[in-house]
Design a binder for this molecule. Sequence first.
Ligand SMILES: [Zn+2]
Length: 167
Amino acid sequence: MRCPYCQHTDTKVTDSRTTDEGNSIRRRRECISCGRRFTTYEVVEEVPLMVAKKNGRRELFDRGKLLNGLLRSCDKRTVPMSIMEQVVNDVEREIRNEVSQEVTTDRIGELVLQQLKDIDQVAYVRFASVYRKFDNIDSFMEELKSLKKLDNKRKKEKSESKEVKED
Ligand SMILES: [Zn+2]
């Protein structure tokens, strides 16, 4: 790092801290040659993540949009905002960990649905109806049936584990 005063290239870091938003690091540096101090910022460069939509168009991944979709699905439900934000965080982490820098809306939808299934079933069905665009009542009923099956299985597992505990 070159000193802005004397152009000397050797500096030492005297203080280093993360900014409030947590996405950059602020460093206080001192020039070895002239002793003057200056500040530098290091910012993590985010790799743009593209979303391929059903209509063939591409757009930048937008957390806000995803959160809005969740908010709509969870309307009048008792899902806390913090949980919805957690879902968005988890989904974003998951897709950013994938090798490809492009993700389909289907993939995002499936990741959200995997989580919503355990959080709120009404929100799940609402979200699924937007993402999967059920063509007809049959495909919609199929989804409900599989959800019901899963629900029964969970209830059964729950009551079984209860019985075990009570023994
Ligand atoms: Zn200097």
